[in-house]
Ligand binder design. Structure first.
Ligand SMILES: Nc1ncnc2c1ncn2[C@@H]1O[C@H](COP(=O)(O)OP(=O)(O)OP(=O)(O)O)[C@@H](O)[C@H]1O
Length: 318
């Protein structure tokens, strides 16, 4: 597992968290630390224990083992210590159909000692025009932005956002990402729960991949990709009439793990020197590849390797 250096100024510290529901172990052993001012992503397949982890740190569930500290306080024994300092947007937060956007924000603002100005929040989230619109008449993206506004209305130091862009169209997702970056830039620490690789790669300063109730990898997206980047893959197009023994010679090179014909190309995977070795071996046989493309790894490749799970579909409604 990748172990990053210890983060500075921790605002969330989870150590060996365990949570069961009867026989079901939802969280087996999760430890992670979130620093002030960062966007920290929790990424994992369905049922991995992500929501249970964030609900426990928000004081909404009682842990069976381990310790949780949020802004230095234990949310299990002192939920009031973090109540005004942590805002949470849970999956599929539903509001009454007829409540208007401004009314919902004013209602939530009334729960806090030092709330944000609802009108300012509406403006920041691009909802000023929709202030008097009933919840049921807002689009999916507008409902999502309102639920983010509700997580921010208490002027929290930490915002926990769960499945932020599920069900949004591509443009609404991009708009939401830009908004989250603005919120982070205003000084709020963000804990983002997601099963979308592109979202985690784009937004998270650091992230933990959780699988089956355990942290299986942790670091910046770049660290995670680089840590496992000891293999190289490229595709090449060979000239017509390339002799079969040239391809066989490539297959026999120590650096080559696999060479697979795909359409009119070959995909070659191997060690970090595989590309020059293949090109030199072909040159010895007077074969010059017509085109070579190296394939770069993504967070999705890392996710599949560490969880063994197929990556969640990235498809969203057009
Ligand atoms: N209240 C509950 N009672 C019993 N089992 C539960 C309960 N809540 C969650 N679980 C189970 O615990 C496991 C972890 O659930 P959790 O919701 O934390 O996962 P998740 O990673 O957030 O998944 P998803 O991405 O699907 O929301 C799952 O197997 C789930 O079915």
């Amino acid at each position: 597992m990748t172990r990053p250096t210890r983060p500075a100024d921790p605002v969330i510290e989870i150590s060996h968290l365990r949570k069961t529901y009867g026989e079901k172990v939802a969280v087996a052993d999760v430890s992670l630390t979130v620093s002030r001012g960062e966007i920290f992503g929790i990424l994992g397949p369905n049922g991995a224990g992500k929501t249970t982890t964030v609900e426990t740190l928000a004081g909404l569930r009682q842990a069976d083992g381990g310790t949780v500290r949020v802004l230095g306080a234990d949310p299990q024994s002192h939920p009031e210590a973090i109540r005004d300092r942590l805002g949470i947007q849970l999956q599929e937060s539903r509001l009454p159909a007829k409540i208007r956007a401004r009314e919902a924000l004013e209602l939530y603002a009334s729960f806090y000692r030092d709330p944000a100005d609802p009108a300012e929040l509406l403006a920041m989230l691009g909802l000023t025009d929709k202030a008097e619109t009933a919840f049921k008449d807002l689009s999916g993206g507008q409902q999502q932005r309102l639920s983010i506004a509700l997580a921010l209305v208490g002027n929290p130091e930490i915002a926990v956002l769960d499945e932020l862009t599920t069900g949004l169209d591509p443009q609404a997702r991009r708009d939401t990402w830009a908004l989250i970056e603005r919120v982070r830039d205003s000084g709020v620490t963000i804990l983002l729960v997601t099963h979308f690789m592109d979202e985690a790669e784009r937004l998270a300063d650091r992230l933990a991949i959780i699988d089956d109730g355990r942290v299986v990898a942790e670091g910046t997206p770049t660290e995670l990709i680089a840590a496992r980047d000891d293999r190289r893959t490229f595709r090449m197009r060979l000239p017509e009439h390339t002799p079969a023994d040239a391809v066989a010679a490539v297959r026999d090179l120590p650096q080559v793990e696999a060479i697979t014909p795909i359409g009119d190309e070959y995909e070659v995977t191997g060690g970090h020197r595989v590309l020059p070795d293949v090109v030199i071996a072909l040159a010895h046989r007077d074969v010059v590849p017509g085109e070579i493309r190296t394939l770069t790894r993504s967070l999705e490749d890392v996710f599949v390797e560490v969880t063994g799970a197929p990556a969640e579909s990235q498809e969203v409604p057009a």
